[in-house]
Design a protein around this ligand. Structure first.
Ligand SMILES: Nc1nc2c(c(=O)[nH]1)N[C@H]1C(S)=C(S)[C@@H](COP(=O)(O)O)O[C@H]1N2
Ligand SMILES: [Mo]
Length: 437
């Protein structure tokens, strides 16, 4: 690691989780484990400070006794105000996912909505002073306060699904770099706001418009004022469809600071990265947006099937659009022991921009499948909840597998095609159930 601050900084947890041996080597040098005596020295300290920007919150994930007491003191755990039971994957930037059994509610409570940050969120936010600018290829560029958004446009409440493009990345082999999301970078809260399409139409999209560009108030990890952590956009057809919200409330309250307060986009069914948080500006462009994390390999997959671990040229990557069909079992929690031979299985299923037609469950590793009861979505862009009473023939170890099929006849696959950045893992969800005699 060099001291170059344009280089991406990472939290110590991600650093260790991705490759513990390499992290150890970087920080402590290539010495034998017993030689280290629990102290950082020389280059190790400098490196650590560069990675962490000063604080070392995740000492418990480091080799025992390796963190100087002065650094570790008082930083035993990370709790995020207003969040409950989330698993923190990274502290700089903050990234946290929700264990599946905490996503059992039809509507995800704010306390259980995951956090995916690419940079440093704004602090001391004043909703009254906040403004949103619509400019670029529009007839009437405008800057609106949140009060003006509320008074000039119809305010609606919708239940909308947000899923990170990297949800399920932890299960790719070879490993893909980035947050090792398992299942819980997905949520479906109630959002209140105005339609993105209404606001764009009021500004008057000019002919020749191709793509939107979204800007937020968070800062790049490097601290560079001119550098954005993330700025993504949408093709005009998706931007102008009526399910997307410019939202100022989540579950009937102001947005949580980590979920974009005071204003954000919610673009259901597309990679979460399309849903810009701390939203300040939407620009309409005559070409595909080229902002931070729009280009290169970010939120992109190869345009052809590739072998696991294959190197793919950057020009062969394509922007991810809708998210694929997927299901999540939210009850029972995995590894639950039950007595009696029956359990009520519950979960949710979704397919970006489409409807889920059926969810099937298997308790015999896919040999036979049973169709679950599947509810309709509350509205376009929401997930659908499924339930099924599952009977087990005898005591023993079982896995309950869930497989959703959408209205295009596309089902979740058993195994995921590998891609370099670990996106779009929509394989069956599996939970273990131990049936006691
Ligand atoms: N301004 C801004 N918007 C952002 C991000 C970000 O880092 N900064 N992360 C994006 C990504 S990658 C995802 S998956 C969603 C996550 O939304 P959440 O943190 O509210 O769950 O926000 C998106 N919007
Ligand atoms: Mo994301």
């Amino acid at each position: 690691m060099k001291g170059d601050d344009s280089k991406k900084q990472r939290g110590i947890f991600e650093f260790y989780q991705n490759n513990p041996d390499q992290a150890d080597d970087t920080i402590f040098g290539r010495k034998s484990y017993s030689d280290r005596r629990g102290f950082l020295k020389g280059a190790g300290l400098t490196t650590m400070a560069a990675i962490l920007g000063g604080a070392i919150p995740f000492h418990r994930n480091m080799p025992a006794g390796m963190i100087p007491a002065a650094f570790a003191e008082g930083l035993d755990d990370v709790s995020i105000t207003g969040k409950d039971g989330l698993t923190v994957l990274n502290d700089r930037p903050m990234n946290a996912e929700t264990p599946p059994h905490l996503l059992n509610d039809n509507v995800t409570p704010t306390s259980r909505h995951f956090i995916r940050n690419n940079g440093i969120p704004p602090t001391a936010v004043d909703p009254k002073a906040w403004s949103l600018t619509i400019d670029g290829l529009v007839k009437k560029p405008m800057t609106l306060s949140i009060a003006e958004l509320k008074s000039k446009f119809e305010v609606i409440e919708r239940q909308l699904l947000v899923e990170c493009g990297g949800n399920g990345r932890a299960f790719f082999s070879p490993k893909a770099k980035g947050n090792q999301w398992t299942y819980g970078a997905v949520a479906c809260s109630n959002w209140t706001g105005v339609r993105l399409s209404d606001v764009l139409n009021a500004a008057g999209v000019k002919p020749g418009a191709v793509y939107t560009a979204h800007y937020g108030a968070d800062k790049h990890l490097s601290g560079h004022a001119g550098k954005l952590p993330i700025s993504r956009g949408l093709p005009m057809a998706k931007a102008l469809s009526d399910e997307n919200l410019i939202a100022f409330e989540q579950n009937g309250e102001p947005l949580h600071p980590m979920n974009g307060a005071p204003l954000r986009l919610v673009v259901p069914g597309w990679p979460g990265s399309c849903s810009q948080k701390w939203l300040t500006r939407i620009e309409v462009r005559d070409q595909v947006h080229d902002g931070a994390k729009m280009t290169g390999t970010s939120y992109r997959v190869p345009n052809r099937p590739v072998a696991p671990g294959e190197k793919v040229a950057e020009e062969d990557f394509e922007i991810i659009e809708r998210m694929p069909v997927k299901s999540l079992i939210t009850s029972p929690q995995t590894n639950t022991q039950i007595s009696g031979n029956e359990v009520l299985v519950r979960g949710h299923a979704w397919s970006g921009d489409r409807t889920v037609q059926k969810v099937e469950l298997s308790i015999d590793f896919g040999a036979t499948w049973h169709t679950a009861k599947l509810d309709a979505a509350k509205n376009k862009g929401a997930w659908q909840t499924f339930t099924s009473k599952v009977k087990f023939p005898q005591a023993g170890y079982y896995e309950v597998w869930s497989k959703a099929t959408d209205d295009s006849g596309i089902a979740q696959p058993f195994a995921i095609a590998w891609n370099p950045k670990g996106y779009l893992n929509n394989t069956y969800h599996r939970v273990a159930v131990i049936v006691k005699a």
